[in-house]
Design a protein. Sequence first.
Lengths: 537, 157
Amino acid sequence: MKVSDAICQCLIEENVEVVFGYPGATVIPLYESLRTSEVKHILVRHEQAAGHSASGYARAKGSVGVCLSTSGPGATNLITAIATAYMDSIPMVAITGQVKTNQIGKDVFQEADIKGATASFTKHNYLVKEAKDIPRIFKEAFYIARTGRPGPVLIDIPMNIQMEDIEFSYPDEVNIRGYKPTVNGHKGQIKKVLEMIRKSQRPLICVGGGVITGDAKEEVEEFIEKSRIPVVHTLMGKDGVSCESDYYVGLIGTHGFSYSNKSVSKADMLILLGTRIADRATVGPNFAKDAEIIHIDIDPAEIGKNLGPSIPVVGALKNILKDLNKEVKSTHSEEWMEEIRQWKHDAKVFATDEGHANPKSILRKLSEIADRDAILAADVGQNQIWSARNYGIVNGRRFLTSGGLGTMGYSIPAAFGAKTAAPERQVIAVMGDGSFQMSMFELGTIAANKAKITLVLFNNSGLGLVREIQKNTFGEGHSSGVEFGLSPDFLKIAEAYGIKGRRVQFNEEFEAAFREAQDAEGAFLIECVTDPKESTF
Amino acid sequence: MNRYVLSLLVENQAGVLSKIAGLFTRRGYNIDSLTVGITDNPDISRMTIMITGDEQMLEQISKQLNKLIDVIKVTELSSKSVCRELALIKLSYSIKNQSLIKEAVNIFRGNIVDIDSKSMMIEVTGTEDKITAFIDLVKPYGIKEIVRSGVTGLERG
């Protein structure tokens, strides 16, 4: 079998239905095989979008996303998307073409050391040196990408190897001596956790992105119901817990709610579920200052990295919670929960809705009128925080955002990937005028594939979050490098791609625009004209 | 700050060394010395890495190293280990100090492995401290060139 055919066969063996890619000279043989393969190839407009779409696809579907590019610039353009996936532990396999084996290291046309360049952004990466290794490498790559703490794996394949012939047989098993993730929690540690829960008066759970990547949402919810412990979450953990739960408190961290952060600082026990407790999730020296910390994570390196836990438990969240759920008893948290509810109640001040379209009011409205099961892809900047704070999520795999790397331009390609994974679901992308312009070429991919996505663009004429930080750091009048000077007519840009749109000046107009978007045939752009002074909180 | 010696079993493949070195750079840790060579199994290499830091850093770097797919095992070489370093020292000599140098070499159980009319090459093996002590001792005679292999070691028993 030709190696290029074998690669397609490997993808089929791994149940890959879609590959997001962009061709070039060194992947010509692979594209020839893809032409007739049952694996569907979707042509994007920029390699970075191929990576983000694969990431959105993986997150919505819960399987490994695949992206493909040529060598050199094609491969380097993928790096930001790979790094984005790495920071958020998204299972992804990136395939890149490489120059011929005998040309490697000679700085030939479109040669780049992508294996070296992605060493710190991938969970693992390969440069294929012998054709016969292809089935093993693919088997390993998919296994590594989806197991343990998921992450991106890159396979770099020289063009001449793609044209060789091999005996194809796909391995049944993987045996990598340096990779044996711990899946079951230590029984003794689990006992200690139960003991600590029994003793706690003011317990608190913090849900992170690991709940989603570890497919443990159901177990988390059972744990919450049984233990009756209030729950806060990180940005990545937003869809890891239903906002409708009686025990739901809210987002923590620098952009979190005061009452959520207050709960963390007042708690006497904090159970961290699949979160690395990164800098953005913690605020000030009061973070969990009185709390015994239970840290449950599949990655031992995350335990003790940012926070010294009293009880570390390493393993798959799903398994550990199943163990805990067998024995956990209800805590007596009524008073504590009531206290938190009071803080929450006291903090509820809604923004005034005068003048321009107010993003907070609009996102709360969107939360009401969007499908209960809709997927929301939030970009980076104020729009991300507005979404995280004002849009409610019930189910898992419904909130897609670049939490770790904070990559602008993520939402459009990620939403497209999500829509490809879940065509029956309503998909909404929220962005600012900055992030829209970082990925607006992907309107082409969306239109060409007739993907019905609602794009909600908050146009505040510039880079709002940076502008706000500048103001908070240096005072009024210190904006620097945040005004575009000229912005296109966004509705016309959409129109040029055959995408309909509506401009919203006032909050009241939003609902009608959203209904119109749902009735429209393809994608739809809603541009909300937002006050540049509108704050993040 | 303490010194720690880590012993790693790794896949003997191209790019593994740069991945490990890159990990240290990215996490902001310094490598004091690094040695690498194959084991009795030609598919596996052993690396010995010496670092300076605290307990927390040691724990983090061990965990991060363990996460690399190409790293099979990470062990910290405690005091219950044998650690050695090899040094080759090219030293100027004269008829006057020749015998003093030879005596020093004998005391340190070194060997003179090469000699010409002006200089000799001395080989010494031992702990890092011993090598440093020997170098300090012969420095006044005039060191022309020197190479140290870096620490390598194995757990006892």
